[in-house]
Design a protein around this ligand. Structure first.
Ligand code: FAD
Ligand code: DLZ
Ligand code: SF4
Length: 510
């Protein structure tokens, strides 16, 4: 055989991949490989590795059933080469391939490597656009270069016009582009979200679970209770269950947090969107149809579509536009190491204990937990952006650098100096108390700003604002908060600063 070698990565599990578009079933070979380099460049959560390896194995079977030649390298094969390039090298040589075709990867480090492959391999390497996304990196760059300030909202409106989603001619359905204002409710105790969709492990998943427990024993979490979808059909069931059972309440309770329930009314589809089992356009159309069928209200449907058509597309464009500098950005010059409780969840702050605990258990936490609890603390405590990025990349099963890094360096840490967010996403304990029931079971008192029982988020918040007053007070969106600060007594300010300093010096006991 001397056809084309088509490499499919672990997050490219869609039959419509550009790398498979013109596959010659008689001549070409599809290569998929479980390799040490990808599985360990950060110590991914065990459930993330199970998800990808099992979904890869199921996808390989699917391609074979369609008559495609698949060369699949298992992690513990004797001759596993350990890296994607070495696997490609071996396959090109073994099958006398005349060219390599691959779809644009999701991480800068891999793109840079692939751009050298042609030289190393001695055959043409065609890196094709990833057309699962609705916009292209070039489109984002063109959009960004034309303006002084980048804001997701304006990019999102262009995406609505481009796709026609929730549009009536050139106007947004309902007369407004964004219904976020209606979407900030806390969750009443008598509202009970439906149980999440789960899948019992089949033989393939069971053997991957064993492999992961054996091989990656020092990675976070446990693989034993893995119940996520690993095929397209199962992922479609997750999406359908969301549209029928959760979407109607998605908008109202999008920002709410509740102890013991990480799933709430979220969709839990990021795992599958990001590895290719679901396509963004199809799930947005499912949600839009629910609005047309009057089974979900506009604030929920618009809110959901905005997350995917707005935020997801925006952060991807942002990533490629801002790399490689984004990975070193550190606007505030923060250098503090992650405290141990980021790994163990052993902390007296109940909100952090719950959110990190959920993360450890499920390789998932929902957006507000990632943003307003763990993210908020990471910025207020001055944690090193490189360490925070690494943590977020390894703990979540939906994490790839194109989506993780803009959310971490841009959204939570303001490490890019405000290109992504118009002001730092910081809040005192009052916000966490309003949006969750965490404070009820906390040893700290959310109502107190100083004293031994005071909520650390309170004094860290004011201490942060004081430390960065020179730069942040110039931001018109921070004017109100600095006005409140100016009304505080010097004594109170000094007490909060001292208490913040003391806590930051012994974070482990927080
Ligand atoms: P839902 O709340 O149901 O939202 C629907 C979909 O919208 C998600 O599946 C996702 O595809 C998309 N979406 C929502 N918010 C964002 C966003 N800010 N950026 C990109 N897409 C978004 N998302 C990831 O997919 N991978 C990550 O590594 C990741 N890291 C994050 C790190 C931080 C610090 C923060 C604040 C957010 C991060 N997000 C990330 C965004 C968001 O938290 C997750 O997409 C969401 O929690 C996934 O759960 P869900 O599918 O139930 O989402
Ligand atoms: C995340 C991941 C893991 C854990 N393992 C593999 C693997 O063994 N083989 C593979 O092709 N892909 C894997 N991936 C996904 C890649 O890391 C991902 O394709 C890049 O990060 C680019 O997004
Ligand atoms: Fe978190 Fe403070 Fe509430 Fe405790 S009191 S749960 S530390 S916000």
């Amino acid at each position: 055989m001397s056809g084309v070698l088509r490499l499919v990565l672990g997050d490219q599990l869609s039959e419509s991949m550009s790398s498979l578009a013109d596959c010659d079933k008689d001549q070409d070979i599809v290569l998929m490989a479980e390799v040490r380099e990808e599985a360990t460049y950060v110590k991914h959560h065990k459930k993330k590795i199970v998800l990808l390896f099992s979904a890869m194995r199921h996808f390989a079977d699917r391609l074979r059933n369609n008559g495609i030649n698949v060369e699949y390298r298992y992690y513990d094969d004797d001759n596993n080469q350990g890296s994607l390039l070495d696997e490609v090298k071996l396959a090109v040589a073994t099958h006398h391939c005349t060219a390599v075709v691959v779809t644009f990867p999701g991480e800068y480090r891999l793109l840079k490597s692939m751009q050298q492959w042609q030289q190393v391999l001695g055959v043409p390497v065609d890196i094709r656009p990833d057309d699962r996304f609705i916009s292209t990196p070039e489109q984002f760059s063109k959009w960004a270069e034309g303006r002084k300030q980048w804001r997701m909202e304006y990019f999102y409106r262009d995406m609505r016009r481009q796709t026609g989603l929730l549009m009536e001619g050139d106007q947004p359905i309902g007369g407004k582009w964004n219904f976020d204002h209606d979407n900030r409710k806390g969750m009443p105790a008598d509202i009970h979200p439906p149980k999440p969709f789960t899948v019992s492990p089949d033989d393939i998943t069971t053997s991957v679970i064993e492999l992961v427990e054996r091989t990656f024993s020092d990675h976070m979490g446990s693989a034993k209770d893995f119940r996520y979808a690993v095929t397209r059909e199962q992922a479609l069931e997750v999406a359908n269950q969301f549209i029928q059972q959760r979407l109607p309440n998605f908008g109202d309770y999008q920002d709410a947090m509740r102890e013991g329930d990480v799933w709430l009314f979220h969709s839990h589809i990021s795992f599958y969107l990001n590895c290719g089992l679901l396509l963004p356009m199809e799930v947005m159309q499912m949600a839009e149809q629910a609005y047309f069928d009057e089974s979900a209200p506009l604030n929920a449907v618009e809110g959901f579509i905005r997350q995917i058509l707005g935020w997801r597309e925006y952060v991807r464009g942002f990533y490629w536009h801002c790399m490689p500098t984004l990975q070193h950005d550190n606007y505030f010059g923060h250098t503090r190491a992650l405290p141990d409780f980021y790994w163990t969840a052993h902390t007296n702050m109940n909100c952090m204990r719950q959110c990190i605990g959920d993360t450890r258990q499920h390789a998932y936490a929902h957006h507000i937990q990632r943003l307003m609890v763990i993210g908020n603390f990471s910025l207020l405590a001055g944690l090193d952006p490189v360490a925070v990025n690494e943590w977020y990349l390894l703990v979540y099963a939906d994490a790839y650098e194109w989506v993780e890094m803009p959310n971490v360096s841009g959204m939570i840490l303001y490490a890019d100096g405000g290109n992504l967010a118009s002001k730092p996403y910081i809040a005192s304990g009052q916000y966490i108390n309003r949006m969750s029931d965490y404070c009820k079971n906390c040893g700290y008192a959310v109502s107190k700003k100083t004293g031994p029982k005071a909520c650390p988020f309170n004094y860290l918040y004011w201490d942060f604002l004081i430390k960065h007053q020179d730069t942040l007070s110039k931001n018109p969106r921070m004017a109100l908060i600095y006005k409140s600060l100016s009304r505080m007594s010097e004594e109170n300010i000094a007490l909060m600063q001292q208490q913040a300093e003391a806590l930051l010096n012994k974070l482990e006991s927080a």
